[in-house]
Design a protein around this ligand. Structure first.
Ligand code: PGA
Length: 250
């Protein structure tokens, strides 16, 4: 039995006042059981959010991390720093990192390995573009993205990992994959993991991301292989995010 996870990816949004208000709303209203709730603020606000999560069930995660341990890497943030601030999870290979900041499968795999070695839990994002879906390459693309990490890190590294399937054409567009489209890809991802280890495949949580909102969350999460969501825009509205968490916990 997999416990659902709902992760809020705030991206590069908010300021201390906005975040304080959002956290106040979430803290009192997110379900206390049945679903694991995670927020991933911009790194500069991790400490603030950590203080605000105290006494609540909300876990803390980062949106990105360096693959390097420490040293002369201007502007980068290390895993030990994230750990020091109380982060439990790190989002890796988000499509915005892959497309805007040119992160390759190889770099994502290095970050994944470093994350697991440090003792944090990776949320590995995968997904196809609209052109790739239209060319019927969805499973090929997602398979390549997952294999790159499995081959570099080993399947054992997936013991506490989470995978997020985020079709690029659904991110921030208001276009959501249908529950059937999501289930088809999620089942295929679980099968890919099963080819390396059936136990890990049965246990690993596969989140759906891409325009999840309060209205569509329940039907997406009702699918057998959809174990929660990675939520962007709707995670910035306390009521909507709470409703999505409730849908996952129901
Ligand atoms: P969205 O973003 O919910 O705004 O589509 C999801 C994500 O990018 O993780």
């Amino acid at each position: 039995m997999r416990t659902a996870l709902v992760a809020g990816n705030w991206k590069m949004n908010g300021d201390s006042g906005f975040i304080s208000e959002l956290m106040t709303g979430l803290k009192t209203d997110v379900p206390a059981s049945g679903v694991e709730v995670l927020v991933c603020p911009p790194s500069v606000y991790l400490s603030q959010v950590k203080v605000q999560t105290e006494g609540s069930v909300i876990a803390l995660g980062a949106q990105n991390v360096s693959e390097q341990k420490n040293g002369a890497f201007t502007g980068e943030i290390s895993l030990s720093m994230l750990q020091d601030l109380g982060c439990e999870y790190v989002i890796l290979g988000h499509s915005e990192r892959r497309s805007i900041y040119a992160e390759t499968d190889e770099l994502v795999a290095q970050k994944f390995i470093a994350t697991v070695e440090t003792g944090l839990k990776p949320i590995l994002c995968v997904g196809e573009t609209l052109a790739e879906r239209e060319a019927d390459q969805t499973l090929e693309v997602v398979g390549r993205q997952i294999r790159a990490v499995v081959e570099a890190a080993g399947i054992e590294a997936f013991a506490d990992a989470v995978i997020a399937y985020e079709p690029v054409w659904a991110i921030g567009t208001g276009k959501t994959a249908t529950p059937e489209q999501a289930q088809e890809v999620h089942a295929a991802i679980r099968e890919m993991i099963a080819q390396s280890d059936a136990g890990t495949a049965a246990k690993i949580r596969i989140l759906y991301g891409g325009s999840v909102n309060a209205g569509n969350a329940a039907e997406l999460f009702a699918n057998e292989d959809v174990d929660g969501g990675l939520v962007g825009g709707a995670s910035l509205k306390a009521n909507d995010f709470v409703a999505i968490c409730q849908a996952a916990g129901a």
